[in-house]
Every structure is written in C-alpha cells, then in structure tokens.
Design a protein around this ligand. Sequence first.
Ligand SMILES: Cc1ncc(COP(=O)(O)O)c(C=O)c1O
Length: 448
Amino acid sequence: MKIPAQGTPRDEITKAMRAYRDTDADASRARLFSLVYATRPDVLEVAKEAFTSFFSENALNPMAFPSLRRMETEAIAMTLDLMNAPEGAAGSMTSGGSESLLLAMKTARDWARVERPKVTRPQVLLPITAHPALFKAAHMLDLEVVVVPTAPGFGADAAAARRLVTDDTILIVGSAPQYPHGVVDPIADLAAIAEERGILCHVDACFGGFMLPWVEKLGHPVPPFDFRVPGVTSISADLHKYGYAAKGASSVLYRTRALRRHQFYVHADWPGGLFVSPGVLGTRPGGAIAAAWAVLKYLGQEGYLDLAKRAMNATRTIASGVRDIDGLEILGEPVMSALAIGTRASGDAPALDVYVIGDLMQARGWFFDRGQAPANLHLTVSPAHEAIAGEFLADLRACVEQARASKEQPQGKAALYGMLGSLPDRAVVRDALLELMDSLDAGDGSAS
Ligand SMILES: Cc1ncc(COP(=O)(O)O)c(C=O)c1O
C-alpha cells in the first residue's frame, strides 16, 4: 500500500473507519471484560473534550505550555494524596503502566549505582504474578530477575522472598492487586524485608491504584498497600484504568523527591539544545494529560466512590453467581473488581475445560482474557457491567451446560490455549508467540 496520490474525501474515511471497526470487540455494550474500563457516557464526553482541546499541545517542553505543566502537577498532587503520600513525595505522569514500571525500575537501578556501588549484578525480586511489563523493564535495563513464587491463595510468598533476597538485590516489587487473580500481594511483609535490607520497594498499583482506596472506603477489607506502609518507596497507579482517563495516562510516585531525580534523563551537550526529560517519551501528548486532569476534577471523590460501588456490586453479583454454578470456582480471594474463573471436578464429573466455556461465551459476544496455570477466564469488571451481570451469568450457565453436554474435542482458541498452556517446553511457546507477533501485519490486516 502507498499513501494515496490524492487525498481521500472525509466522508469516505469515516465510512472506512466504521467498516474497520465493525470487526472490533464491542466496548460500548460492556460485553468486554478486558482492555476497556467502561464507565458513564458523560465521563467519556468530558475526557474526549479535554483530549481534543489539547490535541496539538506537547508536554515535551514544560516552559512552552504552562497549562500542561499545571494540569500534570495537579493530577500528580491528587494521586499522591490518594496514595497517602507523605510530605516531600513527588511523581510524574507517564504514558501508561508499562512506562511507569520501566521508570520505577530505572530509578532503582540508578539509585543503586550511587547508593550501592558494590553491587555489580543488580537483582530485582518479582512475584511470578507480576505484570509482564516488569519483566520487560528488567530485560530492557539488564537487571537480573529473581522470581518469587506464590503462597496458597496466589499472593506473593513473602517467606520465599526473604530467602531469595541477596546482597545484590536492589528492589522488591509487589502488586496491588496482581492482574491474574486480583489478589493483593503481602505488601507490608515485602516492604519490611526491603526496609531491613535498606533497599527499595515498588508497589505496582497500576491496576488497583484508582480502585482500592474507594473499595476500602466502601468498607471492604483491603490489605495495606500504599505509602502508609513503611518501606514502600514508590508506587505506580494508572489513570487510564480505573481513573477513567483517556488512554495514555499513568503515574509513578516516589516517597522522596531525591529518589525521583534518578528517574530523569539529562543530555547537556546536544547541538540541538539543552535536553532534560522525565520519562521514556520525548514528545508527550497534551491530550492525555488534560483528559486525566479533567476526569479527576469532574468525578471528584464522590464520583469515584459511586463508580467503585457499581463495579463492586457487579463483581459481587458475578462472583456469587459463578460460585453457584456447579463445576466453576473463583481462584483465590480477589479484593476488588477483577477475578479469575476456573473449573473444578464436581462429584464424579471431571473438571470442564474452561477455555471451551470461554469460546462458547465468545460466540455469544463476551470477550475476556484467558489466564493459565491454572487455566482460567479473567474478568476486569467495570461500573458499566452492573447492568449486564445477570445476562452474563445466564449465558455462562448455558455455556457450562453446553460444554458439559459436548463430546467434541476442544477446537479453535480453546485447543490453542490448552495446548500452549500445557506445553512443558516454554521455549516452543515463546517461539509460537514471536511467530504470531511477526505475522500480524502479513495479509490485509483484517485477519483476527
Ligand atoms: C498490575 C498491572 N501492572 C501493569 C500493567 C500495564 O499497564 P499498561 O497496559 O498501561 O502498560 C497492567 C495492565 O493491565 C496491570 O494490570
């Protein structure tokens, strides 16, 4: 394909985009339990208006657009307050959870170069359930990952972490909550180990940072995870998840400004000018900053609390409905609005293949992630799911019955996920995933 020699009329472009979109997962009807944090239409409108108002502004140079600097500073101040940060704490807005985590890890590496000069091969402790963005960050920064196993219930095993920590460990990470099962790691225990050792402890609250505080206020039990926990030195919290901002907005926060300085990059000798940048990006979209700021102000604490209540209502309805279906179970004890549905043997009947149930649900228009070890269907529940929780459960019951009655071997995604999930040689699985990634732009781009 070439750039068209002449321009295309606007209505044709709109028509083409609509046609392309027809093949997408449907975010608007809340049948999606992943990737989109479905909220009220008025919140979306506020975010869109703010985004387009600052469509062309670039936060690369904070001197040129003081409006963006102000909005970023205020958004970070509000997020620090939400995380109960002490006086003197500081943070930055980033483009998403992955950038926040990469920066938190770069900060740890550069902090250790100054504060732990004897460490030549820095190690980071990551629970096996930690988001892949953390493993990717360690890979990019050439830090050695030491994997912490989970304890029963899927939280990180703090006793194992204590055994695995060495003189070369510079950072311990815990998640609040971890994505796979929605379980909060024992942050207080992990942070205590870090504090005893005089090293850093990052809490990945990308997923839960804008949900757990409201869940706690609603009276649900939430283990301590924020800056109130001594030893927690940094936290990431995503505005574009349960903050309901436009995509491209997260935050990374530090207990002290001194720690944050290790995050910055300075290049003073470039013929193009003096250069200093807080994160990975050079050009930083003003729209994402403005939309995040606008939604924080628009919703206020009351608005967030109300949305959290709806998401928790939907989660409770779905979780208790799932537990009532013979042969299904919820893995672990999720604390907020994310859960993993697994299958178990019931009486003489063996456990059903949960991926088969997933395929049947997908044929009815439901979309979610598929987790592994043990196999599960992963649901990120949004406030908009309150209205469709009953319909979801009715379809789930029907699909479980259908899977139970079926004598056929798993096909389609179920067969693929089942095979890839159970292959003991993970190198084969990695090759298959690379192959998949590499093939996505082959053909006309319309294949799913
Ligand atoms: C716990 C956790 N950390 C990090 C991330 C990565 O965030 P992003 O996709 O914005 O890079 C996610 C995404 O779901 C997450 O759940």
